[in-house]
Design a protein around this ligand. Structure first.
Ligand code: 5GP
Length: 346
């Protein structure tokens, strides 16, 4: 674990709300209570909910997102949450972070999708101006429970902020994978891609999703979230064939897979399947707050289960730089930083 902690890392699959630590949740509860004295959810209630839903199933995990969104329903809360999440990743030696988040519109607090994005971008810009030593980019997420019309609005906002700030670099498709058909968003994603947004899509996260996964793989996406069941079940050959043909890197979130029971032990992860075939894999946290994990710990779990050497861990971390959505200037800067680390630790 020690080597994994000092290793410089890139984090490419982190949902903002899911990455909020318990410490920040307490801060957000206080913020919400100060503003709404009649708001009822006390800290004790919150802890009860947290324990009740933690570590059971994908369904339970989606329940907790609702609770987190309830305490982060204002521009100020989004800003506070984002700043804390970035600082925590920086403290774990993450040198480049791609956060993803679903723009939310909460009429009650006056927050709009636009003002939500602006708050998050303000937090990112302030972190860039500080001495945290971390580069951050943002992906806007489309929740698959949303309508195609709303998804189109998110694409328009993403294009606008990509042009304006340069910090929004892509789009994520996420949300409860058992609900709706992800391929309904094909026209939206085609539009996003042609406007220059990069695509990181949650696909084949649960079994038997070939029907929606195949058309989306034809896009092709620039990266794939989870993909736990690509190589299993009906039409797996076709899915694997497309992923290989387009060399789509796979973001693997170890603890997330364990807690949501999509695999029963680390050794059963799809990591081995793709790593053995020299296909690009990227180790990520997914929701470090909800799953109580860190990127260093995710690397350590992989190292232990698959008997990886320090050199192999370094290569995994270094190779991930190729798949970031920021430009070549940032890639070169990160690669140089990694090489300095390597020369000091080998
Ligand atoms: P937010 O977008 O509010 O910053 O982060 C929380 C949201 O990310 C959740 O409501 C959900 O839509 C999405 N999310 C977080 N973790 C997962 C995951 O493991 N799988 C999928 N499909 N979506 C997720």
């Amino acid at each position: 674990l020690n080597y994994c902690r000092i290793l410089p890392k890139v984090e490419l699959h982190a949902h903002l709300s899911g990455s909020i630590s318990e410490k920040t949740m307490i801060k957000l509860i206080k913020l919400k209570t100060d503003k709404n004295p009649d708001w009822q959810l006390s800290h004790a209630d919150w802890q009860f909910h947290l324990k009740a839903v933690k570590g059971k199933s994908l369904e339970d995990v989606f329940l907790i997102f609702q609770l987190i969104q309830e305490i982060s329903d204002s521009e100020e809360a989004a800003y506070v949450a984002c700043k804390d999440v970035i600082s925590e990743f920086a403290a774990d030696n993450v040198k480049y972070l791609e956060l993803r988040t679903t723009p939310r519109c909460i009429p009650k607090t006056g927050m709009t999708r636009r003002s939500y994005i602006e708050s998050v971008l303000r937090a990112i810009s302030e972190c860039h101006s500080s001495d945290l030593g971390i580069e951050i980019r943002l992906l806007l997420a489309i929740d698959r429970r949303t309508s195609v019309k709303d998804a189109m609005e998110i694409v328009e906002l993403a294009v606008e902020f990509m042009m304006k700030s340069g910090l929004v670099v892509g789009l994520d498709l996420s949300g409860d994978p058992t609900v709706n058909d992800a391929s309904d968003f094909l026209p939206v994603l085609i539009k996003a891609k042609s406007a220059g947004l990069r695509l990181a899509l949650h696909l084949a996260e649960v079994p038997d999703k070939a029907q929606e996964t195949l058309p989306l793989l034809e896009l092709p996406p620039d990266r794939l979230g989870h993909g736990t069941f690509l190589h299993k079940g009906d039409q797996s050959e076709n899915m694997v064939g497309l992923v290989k043909k387009h060399k789509v890197p796979i973001e693997i979130c170890v603890t997330s897979n364990l807690i949501t029971s999509t695999v029963s032990k680390v050794e059963d992860l799809h990591f081995q399947y793709w790593y053995d075939r020299k296909h690009p894999v990227i180790i990520c946290t997914d929701d470090k707050g909800v799953f109580s994990c860190s990127l260093s710990e995710e690397f350590a779990l992989i190292a232990e289960a698959f008997k990886l050497s320090e050199q192999q861990l370094y290569d995994l971390s270094y190779d991930a730089i190729d798949y970031i959505f920021a430009g070549d200037d940032i890639k070169n800067k990160l690669q140089n930083e990694w090489k300095v680390f390597h020369s000091r630790h080998s």
